[in-house]
Design a protein around this ligand. Structure first.
Ligand SMILES: *[C@@H]1O[C@H](CO)[C@@H](O)[C@H](O)[C@H]1NC(C)=O
Ligand SMILES: *[C@@H]1O[C@H](CO)[C@@H](O)[C@H](O)[C@H]1NC(C)=O
Ligand SMILES: *[C@@H]1O[C@H](CO)[C@@H](O)[C@H](O)[C@H]1NC(C)=O
Length: 348
């Protein structure tokens, strides 16, 4: 692309007429996602590159079974243990389920709760990620996530698409990067909470936005999400931005159900991550991860603030231990702590 004259950089490629051969040529040169992002007529459509379905998740994802880097009360199990115990399974209604052990107690001080953390074999650089889910983990002590992670954290980035804790009714979408990346938080329906993505400041809270459980973004997380049979999260990652849309079940655009997402019809995104940030150097070679954690660095530290969760009555027991005391001795309470997925489609 270096040989292109400078003036070409300013041509609104997306406005070339449909069928113009240049659109295709430019697309293959790596510019197309900017166009696709605009959704303007003539933009080359995304094409399916990975179609994760209940029957092939286990072939296309690996199980991470080492210690939890976020200090949760979990033991992530390998595929053999997960499938033998039904922690990863195809449900009777044909969905893909990921769940923790909900039958045994795993008290504080001992091993954590057997759970799962799966990682895609394939890695991505740009793309459109369409996650259709009918149920997500919720309840006191839970810390589930669906996210993208690059190598050598945080130098190749982290994009958290679904994440929250305990009885939250709102999703937190955030990014974590190396230094020099801030986002503006404009043109989005979610609420910007923090604009600096650098993992080395603000206690690694990253740059994040909340999806308030309001009329614009109903039932986007937790119990409300599950009562409404979930919905679809769409993430579009280009050289210029990472945008996320939320569509609750009943309001999923027909272009998505038809398998040809038409971004021009999606409206204002829930979260629009762009600003003073060189997206292409901050995010590279990212894997998809889905995991179910308990307590740990986020959920444990804020457990005492969730007064609708049972607390250890001893006031000298800190937030983290109060959380672990609860989940470790109440396996029944984890019955809603599962993911149930229809599909994940990655387009490029
Ligand atoms: C899976 O984990 C179990 C329990 O730790 C272990 O006994 C088994 O060898 C592991 N299997 C594989 C294939 O790593
Ligand atoms: C951030 O910007 C400063 C100033 O330009 C530069 O010295 C530093 O190397 C940058 N750091 C990263 C991780 O990009
Ligand atoms: C991305 O992965 C490819 C293939 O493993 C590797 O050649 C390349 O150096 C990686 N790029 C970055 C920036 O990590």
């Amino acid at each position: 692309m270096a040989s292109l004259p400078v003036w070409l950089l300013s041509i609104p490629i997306c406005c070339l007429p449909p069928g113009n051969a240049n659109v295709y040529a430019v697309r293959n040169g790596g510019w197309a996602l900017e166009c696709a992002g605009s959704g303007a007529p003539g933009a080359a459509p995304y094409e399916l590159v990975d179609d994760y379905q209940p029957g092939n998740f286990l072939d296309k994802f690996n199980f991470y079974s080492s210690y939890d880097p976020t200090y949760g009360h979990v033991q992530y199990v390998n595929e053999t243990v997960a499938t033998a115990n039904g922690y990863a399974a195809i449900s009777s209604r044909g969905t893909f389920v990921l769940k923790p052990d909900t039958t045994n107690a795993w008290p504080n001080g001992g091993l954590g709760i057997p759970s799962v953390r799966i990682i895609s074999d394939n890695t991505y650089y740009h793309g459109l990620f369409v996650m259709d889910m009918v149920h997500m983990p919720t309840g006191c002590g839970t810390w589930p996530a669906y996210w993208l992670l690059g190598p050598e954290w945080p130098s190749k980035g982290e994009i958290d698409i679904i994440e929250g804790v305990h009885t939250d009714m709102y999703n937190t979408i955030s990014m974590h990067t190396s230094d020099n990346c801030t986002i503006a938080g404009s043109t989005q329906s979610g609420t910007l909470k923090q604009n600096n993505c650098y993992a080395g400041v603000n206690g690694n809270s990253g740059c994040g936005s909340l999806l308030d459980n309001n009329a614009a973004l109903p039932n986007n997380y937790g119990a409300g999400f599950n009562q409404n049979q979930g919905g679809v999260y769409v993430t579009e990652w280009t050289s210029e931005f990472v945008k996320h849309w939320w569509f609750p079940r009943g309001s999923i655009p027909s272009s998505i159900t038809n398998g040809a997402p038409d971004i021009s019809q999606f409206g204002i995104p829930a979260v629009n991550q762009q600003g003073a940030c060189d997206i292409d150097t901050k995010f590279r070679n990212m894997s998809v991860i889905i995991n179910i954690d308990f307590c740990g660095a986020w959920a444990g530290n804020v457990y005492r603030q969730y007064t609708n969760c049972p607390q250890n009555p001893n006031p000298s027991v800190d937030s983290l231990n109060s959380c672990v005391d609860y989940v470790g001795t109440n396996p029944d309470s984890l019955k809603q702590a599962y993911f149930e997925i229809n599909s994940l489609r990655v387009l490029s």
